[in-house]
Ligand binder design. Structure first.
Ligand code: ADP
Ligand code: ADP
Ligand code: MG
Length: 621
């Protein structure tokens, strides 16, 4: 292997190039129209244009990719994750073109690509699988298993095409939606029905195989998910007994051996509250969250993918032991509601106390065509508590401007007390993604260094009263009184009064207890870190999308209109579907905010519109 092409984009392409360069291998990037200036293109020795921006015309275009490899003189292809990484057709095409494929054999990909077939194979290998039922009729299967059940696309991935059903009454509608979602996302409407595991945790095993032996390189916990998509991952899993860890690792090795696995792969399990565990699926590729394993086990997984492809045997890999704790956060171009954000990143700075695997740099454009993930931030510390605090701080100190990101959501997730308890399951995100409001004493302490004359003071009701006395009324009509005397403040609210002494630097004492804090004034409020946890004080509630003129419906995102559900003159009820938009692989339904008559529809299917563009107008009431 002298010249390696990565048939992918973004951070994973950059990540693979780094290891290739370290090993003295030349690198080839491929790019679409939208990615001409992208970081992965700048990071490679050679770059080849493969087609238009839509993934189907470029990153999913097998012919164009093989041609790019031949044209650039590449002798090997790394597929990254997503796109064609789990396509048996692509693996075959690469090998038929005489190129080295950095993945498992096409047969293995096919065997594992169908969740139903994979489960059957695992059962025969002795690996526990999620209870299901063998019924031609999905509803009969659900009855046999007992509710709640989960309907899943057999060809599914990325958390799409999945629906939990709680009662028989909801089953038919859910089945229909799951099937149509599966058809449009994967071109295959087949679904399977399985038991819903209560309080589910997602635990997965990293494996490496050389075709004859398989090793497990520890486990990862990925239970913090939004809509079945991972958001924060850690290694090793917290709160899992050694016994369960060992049993899951053994099951993962068994799973790998049953297909004579070659390369790097992940065996995913769902784990119940009683630590019972069940095989979910096997991902026959490098995973987004692989860096936490690399940190804890001191291994370069891409280097081992390359070594295995070159024919090295796994027994050259020394025994590895876990050291400390690593956590990764996926930084995405989306706002706090999860709505994709498209645009130019004016500043992208993340402190170098973390490993940052990024797809972008200052000045780069985030387009609407691909996944919203722009970087992964990974920290590795001796203990879990230290890792959590360090990651929160890195995110707090990061400055990313020009587009919206989920930075605050990530910090909020890391700051909830529940993170420290053995209470994490896949519902964690639902309950802990909102920022904690700032304790009044922190508001008082934080606002002080933010220059009393700056807008930050007046903006939320503090008024410069007589001398250094300020009063402020919050949304609940609580009245706060702040008296300042040198470094000493007295904050009174309700019947209480707290003495705060600013101690210089980032410390203050409140009622005799020392706290560490850091505060940052933003346009919409104050962000603060208090004793390692993130708090947010908003001056006003976040603006809602349908705010403004009630005569107009504005596009919530920059993206493509994939369905228009209403026409001019139509009478609709509040909550009815108006249209569906798509950006960054996510679909957004635009619903009627009120009942009324549609006066005009200014878009049609296939149109690309900008955020806040007028798409529909209401008739006068
Ligand atoms: P993981 O368990 O690693 O998150 P997924 O199956 O969710 O595995 O997919 C891996 C990553 O690849 C995800 O971030 C997903 O959003 C991304 N991805 C999947 N398909 C595509 C695609 N067609 N284009 C771009 N990114 C994709
Ligand atoms: P994908 O291919 O989209 O990654 P998975 O089968 O890996 O699909 O499931 C994605 C997530 O959905 C899991 O990480 C888990 O949180 C949840 N999940 C899957 N199956 C079950 C189940 N039977 N019970 C509860 N949660 C599940
Ligand atoms: Mg999965």
């Amino acid at each position: 292997m002298k010249r390696l092409m990565v048939a992918n984009r973004g951070e994973i392409a950059c990540r693979v190039f780094q290891t290739a360069a370290k090993m003295g291998i030349e690198t080839v990037a491929v790019y679409s129209d939208a990615d001409q200036q992208a970081k992965h293109v700048r990071s490679a020795d050679i770059a080849v244009h493969i087609g238009a921006s839509e993934a189907n015309a470029s990153y999913l275009n097998i012919e164009a990719l093989i041609q790019a490899a031949q044209q650039s003189g590449a002798d090997a292809i790394h597929p990254g994750y997503g796109f064609l990484s789990e396509s048996a057709a692509f693996a075959n095409a690469v090998q038929n073109a005489g190129l080295l494929w950095l993945g498992p054999d096409a047969d293995t990909i096919t065997q594992m690509g169908d969740k139903g077939a994979a489960k059957a194979l695992m059962t025969s290998a002795g690996v526990p699988v999620v209870p299901g039922a063998d019924h031609a009729d999905p509803k009969a299967a659900a009855e046999a298993i007992g509710y709640p059940v989960l309907i899943k696309a057999v060809a599914g991935g990325g958390g799409r095409g999945m629906r939990k059903v709680d009662t028989p009454e909801e089953f038919d509608a859910a089945l229909q939606r799951a099937q149509s979602e599966a058809q449009s996302a994967f071109g295959n409407a087949d679904v399977l029905v399985e038991k819903w595991i209560e309080s589910p945790r997602h635990i997965e095993a990293q494996i490496l195989g050389d075709g004859s032996s398989v090793r497990c390189i520890g486990l990862r916990e990925c239970s913090i998910q939004r809509r079945h998509q991972k958001v924060i991952e850690e290694c090793p899993p917290a709160f899992l007994s050694r016994k369960a860890q060992a049993a899951i690792e053994a099951a993962a090795v068994l799973a790998g051996q049953s297909v004579n696995y070659r390369g790097a792969g992940t065996v995913e399990f769902v784990v119940g509250a009683d630590e019972s565990f069940y095989f979910l699926e096997m991902n026959t590729r490098l995973q987004v969250e692989h860096p936490v394993t690399e940190a804890v086990y001191g291994i370069d997984l891409v280097e081992w993918q390359i070594r295995i492809a070159r024919g090295h045997a796994l027994d050259q890999l020394p025994a590895l032991t876990a050291q400390g704790h690593a956590i990764e956060a996926r930084l995405c171009a989306e706002d706090e509601q999860g709505i994709p954000s498209v645009g130019v990143i004016t500043e992208f700075t993340i402190p170098n106390t973390a490993r940052v695997d990024s797809a972008v740099a200052s000045g780069d454009q985030v387009s609407r065509y691909y996944d919203s993930m722009i970087a992964k931030v990974i920290v590795h510390r001796p203990s879990r508590a230290e890792a959590v605090e360090a990651l929160t701080k890195v995110l707090f100190d990061a400055s990313i401007t020009g587009i919206d990101t989920n930075r605050r959501t990530l910090m909020s997730l890391l700051s909830a007390p529940a993170l420290q308890a053995a209470a994490i399951d896949t519902r964690y995100f639902e309950h802990h993604s909102q920022a904690h409001p700032m304790p009044p004493m922190l508001i008082a302490a934080a606002k002080w260094p933010l220059a009393p004359q700056s807008g930050a003071w007046g903006a939320d009701g503090f008024s410069n009263g007589v001398g250094l006395q300020h009063c402020w009324q919050d949304d609940q009509d609580n009245l706060y009184l702040l008296k300042a005397n040198g470094n000493q403040r007295t904050l009174s609210f309700a019947e209480q009064s707290i003495d705060i002494v600013l101690q210089g630097g980032a410390r203050f004492t409140a009622d005799g207890q020392v706290h560490h804090y850091q505060a940052l004034g933003c346009d919409d409020g104050i962000e603060a870190l208090l004793d390692g946890r993130f708090y947010l004080h908003r001056y006003a509630p976040p603006a809602s999308l349908d705010g403004g003129d009630s005569h107009q419906v504005l596009a919530p995102i920059t993206g493509r209109v994939i369905q228009v559900a209403v026409e001019c003159g139509q009478q609709v009820e509040s909550g009815d579907l108006l249209c569906v938009m798509e950006a960054m692989k996510m679909e957004h339904s635009v619903l009627a905010a009120k009942s009324g008559t549609i006066a005009s529809v200014n878009v049609s299917e296939g149109n690309t519109v900008n955020q806040s563009q007028l798409i529909i107008e209401w008739a006068d009431d």
